[in-house]
Design a protein around this ligand. Structure first.
Ligand code: PMP
Length: 459
């Protein structure tokens, strides 16, 4: 199909969608009344809806996923070649693309060693929590079972990942939660919680306070997003990560980094934590692993973590007794391998660094031009602009205005996002995460559209 050709039976599709699809994160009444947007084709940075309308996508498929851009025939070919040979096998067996991708991934993650294949970010985080719990059971008599998570972070949609979720409204209706998850404060300097010179140290020390309050002998892991994504694109303050790592080592606590968004090039390095010279124990990744061409996520651990599960082979609990059926699909690692080749051969890490710098520069210009922009933050092609009603008080801009900015961009054919609506009082950050192939023209078109939208909405 040509992307300029409208879908003929569009009304039927709308009707089927309205009657039978339960959309993610959508107000049901709005779905009944407004026409659902149905995307039908994509190429590079652009997507086309069923009416033939073209959009420049500044959020990589809405949720920061399509890192290498749309319409990659070579990924389709790699999936096709693999699944027509062997699509699936999961009983105690590996696969060719699974082994090759694991090796290539580990080569890009010095200090890490083992790859556990699953399907989604939530699942990868769940598995990490299970590992921490099993280590607590087997090595610490059940004591070191608590998992610390951070205010404003998000780790997934399942009951245990929302139990580790720092975004109140996403969790509000789903208690009782899984026990043993304890919250630590966020580290966003713009909304500082401590009046100190060394903010990074203060924010990290606040984590240690929680550890000491709970008792270090009860805390097994600290699970943090390297850069908080939906909670407001929160880049860590200077010195934060070094101090966090020190605290974890001091108290024998595993550092679990959620790189579901940051991983696979989004920040201009393979992984976000590689900007900070730290060494995690567990890393989870999903979205960019295969850029949305296949459902694949990974939990990567050090050899030391793996070793903790290696017991006498006769012990029925002497290993990680866990399975993920579709962790046996070969389409995922086949797509991930080609995705990785593209990132490397097209120099997309370097492009992300250059275009990320340009995007930040443009956002600073927007901040100079518009009082409504209170703060801009970002790392690579993962940026946010926090909107406020008043610069001095930092009163967050009302959600209606933030949504109006998004709608005004959409009216100009540019898709941008905003902080998860779920965070009371903090749904005010515009989120930008274009594909890693973005050109200078794309970046400027995105910020030009935001410039116009801000003028229309805030004057
Ligand atoms: N962690 C982070 C940081 C995320 O942003 C997300 C998804 N937005 C998840 C975990 C959950 O991933 P999934 O939706 O694939 O379960």
């Amino acid at each position: 199909m040509n992307h300029l050709t409208p879908v003929n039976d569009f009304d039927d599709i709308i009707s089927a969608d309205r009657s039978h699809v339960w959309h993610h994160l959508t107000q049901h009444k709005a779905h009944e009344t407004a026409d659902p947007r149905i995307m039908v084709e994509g190429k590079g940075m652009r997507v086309w809806d069923a009416t033939g309308r073209e959009y420049l996508d500044a959020v990589s498929g809405g949720v920061w996923t399509v890192n290498v851009g749309y319409g990659r025939a070579s990924i389709g070919q790699a999936i096709n070649d693999q699944v027509t040979k062997l699509n699936f096998f999961a009983q105690n067996a590996g696969s060719v693309p699974g082994a090759v991708f694991a090796q290539k991934l580990i080569e890009r993650m010095p200090g890490m060693s083992r790859v556990y294949y699953v399907n989604s970010g939530s699942e990868a985080n769940e598995k990490a929590f299970k590992m921490v719990r099993q280590i607590a059971q087997k090595r610490y008599g059940g004591k070191k079972h608590k998992i610390l998570y951070r205010e404003r972070d998000y780790h997934g949609s399942t009951i245990s990942t929302i139990s580790a979720g720092g975004q109140y409204e996403r969790n509000a209706h789903y208690g009782p939660y899984t026990p043993g998850f304890v919250q630590v404060p966020h580290c966003l300097e713009y909304r500082a919680q401590w009046d100190v010179e060394d903010y990074g140290r203060a924010a990290a020390d606040a984590i240690e306070e929680v550890i000491l309050r709970e008792g270090p002998e009860t805390v097994g892991a600290l699970c943090l997003e390297t850069v908080t994504a939906g909670g407001g694109v929160i880049t860590p303050p200077k010195g934060y990560w070094q101090r966090v790592q020190e605290i974890c080592r001091k108290h024998d606590i595993l550092l679990h980094l959620d790189e579901v968004v940051c991983g696979i090039g989004r920040t201009g390095k393979w992984f976000g934590y590689q900007h900070y010279g730290i060494q995690p124990d567990l890393v989870t990744m999903a979205k960019g692993v295969a850029s949305g061409y296949a459902a694949i996520a990974c939990l990567v651990t050090t050899e030391a973590v793996f070793e903790m599960f290696k017991d006498d082979a006769s012990d029925p609990l002497g290993f990680f007794r866990d399975i993920s059926t579709y962790g046996g699909c070969t389409a995922g690692p086949a797509a991930a391998l080609e995705n990785m080749r593209i990132i490397e051969e097209e120099g997309l890490l370097e492009n992300t660094q250059a275009m990320g710098a340009r995007l930040m520069e443009n956002l600073h210009t927007l901040k100079d031009r518009h009082d409504a922009v209170g703060d801009v933050r970002g790392l690579g092609l993962f940026c946010g602009a926090e909107l406020v009603s008043d610069r001095d008080s930092k009163e967050p801009a009302p959600e209606a205005k933030v949504q109006a900015v998004i709608a005004e961009c959409m009216a100009q054919g540019v898709i941008i996002g905003a902080t998860a609506r779920a965070i009371t009082g903090y749904n005010n950050t515009l989120c930008l995460a274009p594909a890693l192939i973005a050109t200078a023209q794309d970046i400027d078109a995105i910020t030009d559209a935001i410039d116009i939208a801000l003028t229309r909405v805030f004057g």
